[in-house]
Design a protein around this ligand. Sequence first.
Ligand code: SF4
Length: 378
Amino acid sequence: MFNRLYVHIPFCVKKCHYCAFISRNPEKDELAEYPALLLREMLLHAPAARPLDSIYFGGGTPSLLQPLQIARLLEKFAVYLGISADAEITLEVNPGTITHTSLKAFREAGINRVSLGIQSFDDAFLERLGRIHTTEQSRQAFQDAREAGFTNISMDLIHSLPGQSLEQWRAELRHAVQLGPEHISIYGLTIEEGTPFARSYPANSQELPDDDLSADMFELADELLTAAGFEHYEIANYARAGYRSQHNSGYWKRDGYLGLGVAAHSFLRDGYGVRFSNPDNLEEYRRSVTSGQLIRIGEQRLSRGDARAEYLFLGLRLAEGVDLRAFEREFGRSFESVYGPIAADLVRFGFLMQNGRVLALTSRGILLSNQVFEKFLP
Ligand code: SF4
């Protein structure tokens, strides 16, 4: 029912000004107590597991956990869920929370991929974003990760920051390429309701790049990173050959995954699939886990129509597109009989391209992907 595991660590040193993720500063014993809750939750799901092909510690700031805590979690996951010999095991790392020694210890604990939350190589932007680290700390974290033995390093960058020019964004991309990661994820800043940024930058703020400039930034990333040898394999993701994110690729291919921890989402392969999430505050999560009666928030059992639509809009995120023969094997109907007229319109207007039995987004479709995906909703 699942072969991937996501573990959410809902703690951060300090809230970034743009962040709407579930995370907060840990109170006194919370960091020490949390792994035991994760294990209790894991035991309640263990019978449905297949050996895990990937594990992803995300947050929040998972690098606030001690390497020993991660080592113990991985030992228990191996015993109760099973971990494939070549599983990808990722830790999201905030450059302001680690040292050379701790990175080495995380590597020894079994982490084999780090995802560095760099966001920007410009100290003025980092400060504006409310990040706790400097550019120098990001560079150091990258070097330390290499020296600790990590051969698979990803970094996150954000564009369309308030006041950011195309030339500043070009400098960010060059800085990233020059460090030499195996993987880069690129996100456009979105202003989330309820964050300090939503108050500072209302929708009509002159400081926010307009849609044209944001599109230029997206295209510049594509141009510069592909010229540097990265494959643009998913809307927001670039990888050197052999270094696509296995875990995230599983999401786009609708592999089953279990989410452990506060606010973690799960997708279990049962029928056409079941989606649900955990309580989004620690107190309720603790009650749910310790009672042995797990609370599933927003549980949705997918219909065949839901699953077909998901298959398409998740698969279309990938540059390789959707194999329509695989779609037909999965759902027992020809693609044309379900989506023929919708797909034909999207091809005619230049948002999709069809090559034999493969359907993929065009570069125009990538820029307007959300509007394209909506067309497939039941
Ligand atoms: S480190 Fe990440 S999760 Fe934590 S507040 Fe900043 S953006 Fe949010």
